[in-house]
Write a protein that binds this ligand. Structure first.
Ligand code: ZN
Ligand code: ZN
Ligand code: ZN
Length: 418
């Protein structure tokens, strides 16, 4: 039989990446999964509760010759970089209470029961004996068991966190995007058409003759919809997207007033208490200075006026979360999994939405938005996390089933200025 990639132990292979000459054993457990494991890296039976336990959650006491699992006692976390990890568990022996590291660390130390001869492996495996100088610390590439590594395994699409904005700005990325973006109203883009726009329109509840400002209006889909209801619409946007909106306006003559300007500078253009309603559709997460933007929105909104915005969901959408399929080429949604990455990482992020040009996002937790609304006298009167209806699931099963009907991709907030 050929020794295929999937038949070699996942842990052995990972250790081999950071430790020269680590012997890679054949996997005999979980073969065919994306983490097949050898006998050494499988499970050990706790002498107390008799539960089979992953080797990283169980410790051997060489004095008592017993295993104690992490469920039976209270473990301590020890921060130390070894192999592919940056911590290990110290687990007190259930018999004598002396503390022993979990088996992942003991293997690194050379005190694993197989290494010191306390136990003889029941399967034919090669046991590594560590020589510390062989460890190449420069190659330490991983955060222990972070979801980033799961992504590596599944080869899910990746996004790039940026430490500076030298190369990318929201304007430059959206300028590039302007030629690629398809209008939701002409092309019927699935998310916008089915989940986002109907909810934003319902929450905004625009009435004839209301003065409405569309912040970061892009190519004008929302502005045109509102103008057709008989409202007086102003649309602002900093990117070339607004050029397309202006071209459309020249043809359609809907009396929409477009201005190319930054959302952070609204009160330079408009007086206080100018608009009855303000909408910002799918843009605040792409705006770096969201604090000034919200402050400006509050300033130019009339007292009692309504501000509605929609964003990609800070917790359940890119970049806090991504999704992957196992197997990756499966088209069935039951094979799709959401993976939480880092909700608190607020570094600017390049997100490859399938265009040549990635979108530049400024991720931030929900609380950041809410606190900024509160600070600027914008009282939250409704929140929405649109869920795909049965009709949408039936119509677009591949997009919606076990996806938009299980976790929200978008968040909408409706506020009223006090
Ligand atoms: Zn192994
Ligand atoms: Zn136990
Ligand atoms: Zn003991």
């Amino acid at each position: 039989m050929n020794k295929t990639e999937s038949e070699r132990c996942f842990y052995c292979k990972e250790y081999y990446k950071v430790t020269q000459e680590y012997p890679v054993n054949t996997a005999t457990y979980d073969v065919g999964s994306f983490t097949p494991r050898c006998f050494l890296h499988w499970q050990y039976e706790c002498s107390k509760c008799k539960e089979m336990t992953h080797f990283n959650g169980i410790a051997w006491c060489s004095d008592c010759k017993v295993f104690t699992c992490i469920r039976c006692v209270e473990e301590k976390m020890v921060k130390e970089e070894f192999l592919i990890y940056n911590y290990y568990y110290n687990i007190p022996c259930h018999n004598c209470n002396s503390t022993n590291p979990a088996l992942d660390f003991t293997e690194f130390e050379g005190t694993h029961p197989f290494q010191i001869g306390d136990l003889i492996p029941k399967e034919d495996i090669v046991i590594w004996m560590p020589i510390y100088k062989e460890l190449n610390q420069q190659e330490f590439p991983h955060r222990a068991w972070g979801s980033e590594r799961i992504l590596d395994l599944g080869k899910a699409p990746r996004h790039t966190r940026l430490d500076s904005l030298d190369e990318y700005t929201p304007k430059s990325t959206w300028d590039k995007m302007a030629t690629l973006w398809v209008s939701p109203e002409t092309e019927g883009e699935y998310h916008h058409t089915n989940l986002i726009l109907p909810e934003v329109y319902r929450m905004l509840d625009a009435q004839e003759n209301e003065k409405i400002l569309d912040v970061a209006c892009g190519e004008g889909t929302v502005a045109r919809y509102l103008a057709k209801l008989g409202t007086k619409v102003t649309g602002i946007d900093i990117s070339k997207m607004i050029d397309r909106a202006m071209e459309r306006e020249n043809k359609d003559k809907l009396d929409i007033h477009y201005i190319k300007m930054a959302a952070e500078e609204l009160d330079k253009e408009f007086g206080r208490d100018t608009f009855d309603k303000i909408v910002c559709n799918m843009a605040l997460m792409d705006i770096a200075d969201y604090k000034n933007t919200i402050k400006n929105i509050s300033n130019v909104l009339k007292g009692g006026g309504i501000f509605v915005f929609s964003i990609t969901h800070p917790a359940y959408a890119w970049p806090a979360t991504t999704s992957m399929r196992v197997p990756q080429d499966s088209q069935r949604n039951e094979d799709k999994r959401k993976i939480a990455l880092d909700y608190f990482d607020e570094r600017p992020t390049l997100i490859p939405f399938g265009f040549e040009t990635p979108s530049l996002a400024f991720p931030r937790p929900v609380s950041k938005y809410v606190n900024e609304l509160v600070k600027n006298n914008l009282e939250i009167i409704e929140m929405s996390e649109p869920k795909a209806s049965e009709e949408i699931v039936e119509k677009y099963p591949r997009q919606a089933y076990l996806d938009n009907d299980t976790l929200p991709d978008f968040l909408m907030i409706k506020t009223k200025k006090k």
